[in-house]
Each structure stands twice: as C-alpha cells, then as structure tokens.
Write a protein that binds this ligand. Structure first.
Ligand SMILES: C[S@@+](CC[C@H](N)C(=O)[O-])C[C@H]1O[C@@H](n2cnc3c(N)ncnc32)[C@H](O)[C@@H]1O
Length: 224
C-alpha cells in the first residue's frame, strides 16, 4: 500500500511537507493569513449563523479549524458550526499539537481540542467536525453535502496541482448552497478560470502580506 504518512520537516516551528516541499502555513504569520484569506474572504463572522457549514480542502495542522472556531466563539454565535475537511495525508495528533504551538493566541482552544485529534468525527456543544480521509478527487464527488463556505487550502498550485484541477473546482462549486462563497490564498489564473467555468462569480481581491491577490468565488443565488 502507498505511504500515506505526511512527512514533515520543521523550520522555526513551522511544519514543511517533505512530500510536497511546501509549508503548511505562512512562515511569517500563518494565523493572520488564515484570518485574512479564509475568514474575512468568506465574509466571516458576518455571515455566521446557527448551522453554518464550512468545508475545507486540506486539513493539515487544524489551524484553519481553530481560527474559525475561535472567531465563532469570539463573535458570540449561538448554535452550532459544522466543519467538514478533506485530507489525504493526515498529520498525527503529536504533529498537529506541535504545529499549533506556533499560535499562543489559540492555545486554550488548541488544548481543548487536543484530546480529539486523530478522530475522524467529533462533536462539541458548538461544533460538529468531520474529516473525510482520502484523495479529495475521489472523496468529494461522493459526498452529499452543500456548504456555506469553502476554504481552498491545498499546497501551492505548482506543487499540489491535483488539489486545484478543474474537475475538483467543479466539485467544489457543486457542493455549495446558493449564495455560498469559496476563498483561496491563490490567484492563479487557471484556478480562477476553473471556478468561473463551474458557474461561480469569481473576484480577485487583495491578498495577505506579500501576496498581492487572492480569490473569492460566490455561487449565484439564481443558479440554484
Ligand atoms: C497547505 S496544507 C493545509 C493547511 C491546513 N488548512 C492548516 O490549517 O494547517 C495542504 C493540505 O492538503 C492535503 N492534500 C494534498 N493533496 C491532497 C489531495 N489530493 N486530497 C486531499 N488532501 C490533500 C495535504 O496533505 C495538506 O494537509
């Protein structure tokens, strides 16, 4: 059977994938970038509401989940956030815990969730979590959900092209409720074109830090 382990190097506390030769999050400020790209990019917290469903391509260290749940709690939401993530090469709980130590601001949340890592599904009073393990090109087409927001967080399109291909972007669009959004740190032309070809309204907006642009895509309400 093929090796499904993640394979990590550590650079100053940041995990770098040896399989993809790319860091899991920005070497400069991963949390600020996550907040800018995935939270603000998806119009959060303003669009949050009971039952809001986020899906993610690439669970990695769990940083995006922690940042989303932190915002959910900080913004005083009631009810339950749903978070479904697609991951082919899960990190071990030990690797996740070590990576999350880079973000002291999230330490209380990281500590609360630490005993749950390694489980493919769990629930807290305000969170329903599921990790669907396997290659998203195979698992997403079979998944029945329709979400309110996507975090498109593969490694860079040059190093992880399979997580950005046109068929998969069409599947992302198919698994969006009318009015749902998708956000990504990349502004690569082929990714934007694939999202547009899948029927989404695609915008290029200011990126985080040194990245000039990022991408936001919306599913038109009329196309429901
Ligand atoms: C940039 S990292 C994600 C970072 C993550 N969102 C976080 O908060 O730490 C990209 C992730 O995509 C996963 N991945 C790469 N190719 C994949 C595929 N074909 N299907 C599912 N996951 C994949 C990698 O294993 C890695 O965990």
């Amino acid at each position: 059977m093929a090796d499904q382990s993640a394979g990590l190097d550590w650079r100053k506390g940041t995990p770098v994938s040896t399989r993809f030769d790319d860091p899991y999050f920005s070497l400069e400020n991963g949390l600020a970038e996550t907040r800018h790209v995935f939270l603000t990019g998806n119009g959060l917290p303003d669009r949050f509401g009971d039952g809001f469903h986020i899906a993610e391509l690439g669970f990695g260290t769990g940083l995006n989940l922690l940042a989303a749940l932190d915002l959910w709690r900080q913004s005083g939401q009631r009810g339950r956030l749903f978070f479904t993530t697609f991951e082919a090469y899960p990190l071990t709980p030990e690797q996740m815990i070590r990576a999350q130590q880079a973000f002291p601001e999230l330490a209380p949340l990281a500590q609360e969730l630490a005993p749950l890592w390694g489980q493919h599904a769990f629930a807290l009073p305000d969170l329903t979590f599921q990790m669907i393990e396997g290659d998203a090109r195979q698992t997403l087409p079979e998944w029945p959900g329709a979400v309110d927001a996507w975090f498109l967080d593969g490694f860079s399109p040059a190093k992880n092209p399979e997580l950005w291909n046109a068929d998969l972007m069409a599947q992302v669009a198919r698994h969006m409720a009318p009015g749902a959004t998708a956000a990504s740190y990349t502004a690569a032309g082929h990714v934007r074109r694939a999202l547009a070809a899948a029927g989404l309204e695609v915008m290029r907006v200011s990126g985080y830090g040194r990245k000039r642009h990022m991408t936001i895509a919306t599913k038109p309400i009329a196309s429901a």
